[in-house]
Design a binder for this molecule. Structure first.
Ligand code: UDP
Length: 310
């Protein structure tokens, strides 16, 4: 098996590269390093079964030789990153998905799209099931990401229905673990960086908004199972254990005994989803998947990583 992973130098992408290599695949990692890091794949660079192509997938890409699977994970994915790069975000969700689908079609390869819980917007249905159409503000600050991913799902289904490409769509909920960027603006790296520096934790709003955090190894396992399945309709992959942002801040403070860190309340950003929790019934039934790593364990492992890079 030879697998192309766009965004392979990113947080999730680099863990996917490792997993696919461990499963015996040859991996071609494609990344333009806009938000990905060379450091994430440095330990793979000398392997004969791994290659790296520095390329922006929003431009067409030719790969020599056979390809069995294309995993499209390239995109800025944290709110701070897509706010800083709104046009590349729209382009990679639209043109990048088109190019990645074209590659899969030309090679007769399976295609897997990294979609997101953001396609549900600020949801009015809780928990979120795959048959919920969402509540998205197209012109708000998150619109560039949400609408790009909604387009990406639409063109993926069109390639499946019109061209017969064997496609998969994973809707990824909040994920965390080693190789997140300390400064990507997401809540977990922000809080961990702050607690390790003894600074106050910046809780937005009153911290009563919720998220459900999945450890990256669990996510990668769900993605691997989905690729091997025959399921073409979207599947949520995430951890269904929901927590408020304020509770998360307190848990992270408790991980560092004796820290001087307190809590500093800041304004809530526009269109920040109030509640988010995946319904993972489809993943359980179709893939036999559910998360295995609980938050206490995952947070400890992730804090060790941030300690090593801070
Ligand atoms: N958040 C926070 N403090 C921070 C960063 C984020 O309270 O320093 C909140 C943010 O308002 C949101 C939640 O944490 O409600 C998760 O934000 P993140 O950027 O990680 O991702 P999102 O789930 O919103 O895409």
């Amino acid at each position: 098996m030879r697998t192309v992973i766009t965004g392979g130098a990113g947080f999730v992408g680099s863990h996917l590269c490792e997993r696919f290599l461990a499963e015996g695949h040859e991996v071609v990692c494609v990344d333009n390093l806009l938000t990905g890091l060379e450091r994430n794949i440095a330990h793979l660079r000398n392997r004969p079964d791994f290659s790296f192509v520095l390329h922006n997938i929003s431009e067409p890409l030719t790969i020599d030789g056979p390809v069995d699977a294309v995993l499209h994970f390239a995109s800025p994915a944290s709110p701070a990153d897509y706010l800083a790069h709104p046009i590349p975000t729209l382009k990679v969700g639209a043109l990048g998905t088109h190019n990645a689908l074209g590659l899969a079609k030309a090679k007769n390869a399976r295609f897997l799209l990294a979609s997101t819980s953001e396609i549900y917007g600020d949801p009015e249905v809780h928990p979120q099931r795959e048959d919920y159409w969402g509540h998205v503000n197209p012109i708000g600050p998150r619109g560039c990401y949400d609408e790009a991913k909604r387009f990406a799902e639409a063109i993926t289904m069109a390639y499946h229905r019109y061209h017969g490409v064997s496609t998969r769509i994973v809707r990824i909920f909040n994920t965390y673990g080693p190789r997140m960027r300390l400064n990507d603006g997401r809540v977990l790296p922000a809080f961990m960086g702050q607690v390790l520096r003894g600074e106050p934790l910046t809780v937005f709003g009153e911290g009563q908004q919720t998220r459900s955090f999945c450890y990256v190894d669990d996510l990668v396992d769900g993605i691997y199972r989905l690729l091997l399945s025959d399921e073409h309709l979207p599947v949520n992959i995430g951890n269904p254990v929901e927590i408020t942002v304020l509770e998360l801040a307190r848990e992270i403070i408790a991980l560092v005994p004796g820290t001087r860190s307190t809590i500093d309340y800041r304004p809530l950003p526009q269109d920040d989803p109030k509640r988010r929790r995946p319904d993972i019934t489809r993943a359980r039934e179709l893939l036999g998947w559910e998360p295995k790593i609980d938050r206490a364990d995952g947070l400890r492992r992730t804090l060790e990583f941030f300690r090593s890079v801070i």
